[in-house]
Design a binder for this molecule. Structure first.
Ligand code: 1CP
Length: 370
């Protein structure tokens, strides 16, 4: 087991904790990957899921965007289906499509037959984390991650990427007990994968509930929130910032904040100040009496990834708008800090130069003094 690094001057950790960072922290979801020619080169001929279990390769891919773009964090190169694969579920990541599960999970018997996860299955990932930590500076954080139960369950139930998640929704509504059984089966796997990364020394973690935005708030609260809360609770003792993010989650921001993360990732559709108010209002309602400032969370986001295609003037004006909105929310006491990011991942054919220039634009704006 690795001892956790003591990072006293890492902008991301300062922003997550509500301290003034030495510069405005920025990283991008999917910053590693197909937008980078050096990624395409090292991945050539190596299947995606194989690369996630090759320590030197996964460390190299994780470091590529950090070297090239001067972002303030690395995100572990892996995938949300890695713990399922490691445990022995028959699945693959199909180029151009995404994760495909050989035998979709739809009955109680299928759920009971899912294999258990144990940390030795991801030793190669832990070795990769050690290499990455030896290459990062003390200002750069390593973010580990896992898929949240709804998003992971969607791949298992649908058998692959889904446009409407209809089988998953059908299962939760028609057989709530079976749904609950599935949630209780995959929760330890997700917690276990996060714990393995924590033991290897990650500095922060993100729980991706990418597809939660397909649910109504009512269904999210009933079928998902208790399980995501359990996962975040299970890793609270690590004392590292926990980020929670989903796409199209404008209506769910308050509920997702109730799951307990220090940082809420905001999709690009919602203005940051509005997001902050929704979160603070919701937390105020559940923890009445604690005072508004206590309810504030740090926010992460939320540039539309399509803006990388729009040229520098448009990019600069969006970067300015987003930082101003967030600074206003921080000044009003409804947000605790800001980690600049996208409102979803980098698209594969993005020009890496536009990404690097955006990092410069964010770093050029003085952080709000706290
Ligand atoms: O061959 C390839 O290059 C495959 C493309 C690819 C990559 C680069 C996949 C398949 N996964 C990844 C890496 C990955 N996946 C990272 C790496 C770190 C980084 O951000 O730089 C991360 C964080 C993920 C997490 C992930 N996988 C999510 C959550 C984040 C999000 O984008 O919402 C999801 C939903 C997946 C599933 C997945 N894996 C791959 C694809 C193409 C998909 C999405 C498929 C779909 O649309 O349903």
């Amino acid at each position: 087991m690795t001892l956790r690094r003591e990072l006293t001057d890492a902008p991301i950790l300062d922003a997550a904790a509500g301290r003034t960072p030495s510069r405005r922290p920025v990283w991008f979801m999917r910053q590693a990957g197909r937008s980078l020619p050096e990624y395409r080169q090292v991945r050539e001929g190596i299947p995606m899921l194989d690369s996630c279990f090759m320590p030197e390769l996964l460390a190299e891919i994780t470091m590529q965007p950090v070297r090239r773009h001067d972002v303030d964090a690395a995100i572990l190169f892996s995938d949300i289906v890695v713990p399922l694969k490691a445990a022995g579920v028959d699945l693959d990541i199909v180029p151009g499509r995404g994760p495909v599960v050989a035998e979709p999970i739809r009955t109680a018997a299928d759920i009971d037959a899912l294999p258990e996860f144990s940390p030795e299955q991801v030793e190669k990932v832990q070795e990769g984390i050690s290499i990455i930590l030896s290459e990062l500076t003390d200002q750069q954080a390593l973010i580990g991650f896992a898929g949240a139960p709804f998003t992971l369950a969607s791949y298992l139930v649908e058998g692959g990427p889904s446009k409407n998640h209809e089988r998953t929704k059908a299962l939760m509504h028609s057989e709530p007990e079976t749904w609950d059984r599935l949630m209780r089966k995959i929760t330890p796997l997700i917690s276990g994968f996060l714990r393995a990364q924590i033991d290897a020394g990650i500095d922060a973690l993100q729980l991706f509930d990418s597809w939660a935005g397909f649910l109504t708030e009512r269904d999210y609260r009933r079928f998902v929130l208790p399980h995501s809360t359990n996962i975040l609770d299970s890793v609270a003792d690590a004392g590292i910032p926990r980020i929670h993010f989903g796409v199209g989650t404008g209506e769910l921001l308050g509920a997702m904040a109730e799951a307990g993360p220090e940082v809420v990732g905001v999709d690009w559709r919602v203005p940051m100040d509005k997001a902050a108010h929704r979160i603070a209002d919701s937390l105020d309602r559940v923890n009445s009496g604690d005072g508004r400032g206590e309810q504030a969370r740090a926010l992460q986001g939320n540039l539309d990834p399509a803006l990388f295609f729009a040229g520098d003037d448009a990019l600069r004006s969006e970067v300015t708008r987003i930082t101003e909105e967030t600074d206003r929310a921080i000044s009003e006491g409804v947000a605790r800090g800001h980690i600049f990011n996208l409102g979803h991942g980098v698209m594969p054919n993005t020009d890496p130069e536009a990404i690097a220039r955006t990092v410069e634009m964010v770093h050029a704006i003085e952080p709000l003094q706290r």
